[in-house]
Design a protein around this ligand. Structure first.
Ligand SMILES: Cc1ncc(COP(=O)(O)O)c(C=O)c1O
Length: 396
């Protein structure tokens, strides 16, 4: 089998075969970890050619490393992009992708329903370089269009956004971006392939926090950017100069994670749908936010665009802050912790943890009500998860 044959395989098989097909220097069945800073040259001529970019080859791991490249190539294969570049974290993927394509005076239109860290980076840090961001309701095409100015360079969104799991119409956003000659950058962390492949719907750049579903086990911080070859070449210079490269060991763990991504996602999807259905009928619950539920305001667009509804859901318990805290202290199988996309179910009560610094009014303005609980549904046996949630909810 060669690299081109991989494209004819289904996503699950493709990721299982990819590492041993792409990486074949000594035909090891599992790829090695090139845990090295620098690379040696066989002779002065070849060294000079590689150093001057006349010949391809590795020099220094901040500029490229076979293990991080293998991970990036696998991510590109998964997202059906031409090329990829691995980064130190999801935030490094976002900041390097964006910084490559903006200059002082430029403008960004971003979904307001994005990861808080990205939002504050746009608002507080990118702003310092005189690049202003306007946040809009990404599900309202008129709001998106009217926020675009002649200085806008980037339209930025996640596919499914916190806290209410709104679903962006990627095909429509890609059309808007093309009409205005701006770049659509999609953070696909919550909904990795085969759930959705944003590049095939017209997005220009896809980024992932590999910390989440790609790694899958909560043991690495990493990121990756996938796009066309010319764009990845440009972004690679930014990544090398800012220095936010992925470590070879983390890339090796991400490679291993990608091999089971498809199988894990099947279970994440089905467990989350079971839990959302169970919660939607529970008397202690006000609302459940999950795109797989018919009652979800974006269910139709989710059905038309997604292949599975992902493992993320949120629900609002009756009884506000106190009730939320009781659920959190009542769970035994779910882990009370931040992050997402890991094999175990992670539970969070934003009002008493991540968003405690905001006033109730501020929290509510971004949809973080006092009774809101976020679940990153894992791949445990569904009976254990339902039993755990039932017990915890009975404490309210
Ligand atoms: C959707 C999304 N994108 C990006 C990030 C940032 O990723 P990292 O923590 O790997 O920098 C996160 C982190 O939670 C996230 O949820």
């Amino acid at each position: 089998m060669n690299k081109n044959d991989l494209k004819s395989l289904k996503h699950g098989t493709r990721m299982i075969r990819a590492a041993s097909v792409i990486d074949r220097p000594v035909r090891s069945h599992v790829p090695p970890i090139y845990q090295t800073v620098n690379f040696e040259y066989p002779d002065v001529e070849e060294g000079l050619d590689i150093f001057q970019g006349k010949k391809s080859g590795y020099v220094y791991t901040r500029d490229g490393n076979p293990t991080t490249d293998l991970f990036a190539n696998m991510a590109a294969l998964l997202e059906e992009g031409e090329a990829g570049i691995a980064t130190a974290s999801g935030m490094a993927a976002i900041s390097n992708a964006v910084l490559t394509f903006v200059k002082p005076g430029d403008h960004i239109v971003s979904s307001s329903a994005i990861y808080g860290g990205t939002r504050t980076w746009f608002r507080d840090h990118l702003n310092q370089f005189d690049v202003r961001t306007d946040f809009v309701d990404i599900t309202d095409p008129d709001a998106v269009k009217s926020a675009i100015t002649e200085n806008t360079r980037i339209l930025y969104t996640e596919v499914v956004g916190n806290p209410n799991l709104v679903v962006a119409n990627i095909r429509l956003l890609a059309q808007i971006a093309k009409q205005h000659r701006i770049l659509l950058i999609v953070d696909n962390t919550f909904t990795p392939p085969p759930i959705i492949l944003p590049l095939t719907l017209g997005a220009e750049i896809v980024i992932h926090s590999a910390t989440k579903y790609f790694g899958g086990h909560g043991d690495i911080i990493g990121g990756v950017i996938v796009s066309s070859m010319p764009r990845i070449k440009e972004i690679s210079v930014t990544v090398s100069k800012f220095g936010g490269v992925m470590s070879p060991f983390n890339a090796w763990l991400a490679i291993r994670g990608l091999k089971t991504l498809n199988l894990r996602l099947e279970r994440h999807n089905s467990n989350a749908l079971h839990i959302a259905t169970f919660l939607s009928k529970h008397s202690a619950i006000n609302k459940v936010f999950y795109p797989g539920l018919k009652s979800h305001p974006f269910h139709k667009i989710a059905v038309s665009q997604l292949n599975g509804f992902g493992g993320m859901l949120a629900f609002e318990v009756k009884g506000g802050l106190d009730a939320g805290k009781k659920v959190l202290s009542g769970v035994r199988v779910c882990s009370f912790t931040v992050s997402l996309g890991e094999i175990d179910t992670l539970i969070m009560h934003p009002a008493s943890t991540s968003h405690i610094g905001l006033s109730q009014k501020e929290r509510e303005s971004i949809g973080v009500t006092d009774g809101l609980i976020r679940l990153s549904v894992g791949i445990e046996n569904i009976e254990d998860l339902l039993g755990d949630l039932e017990n915890a909810l009975s404490l309210i």
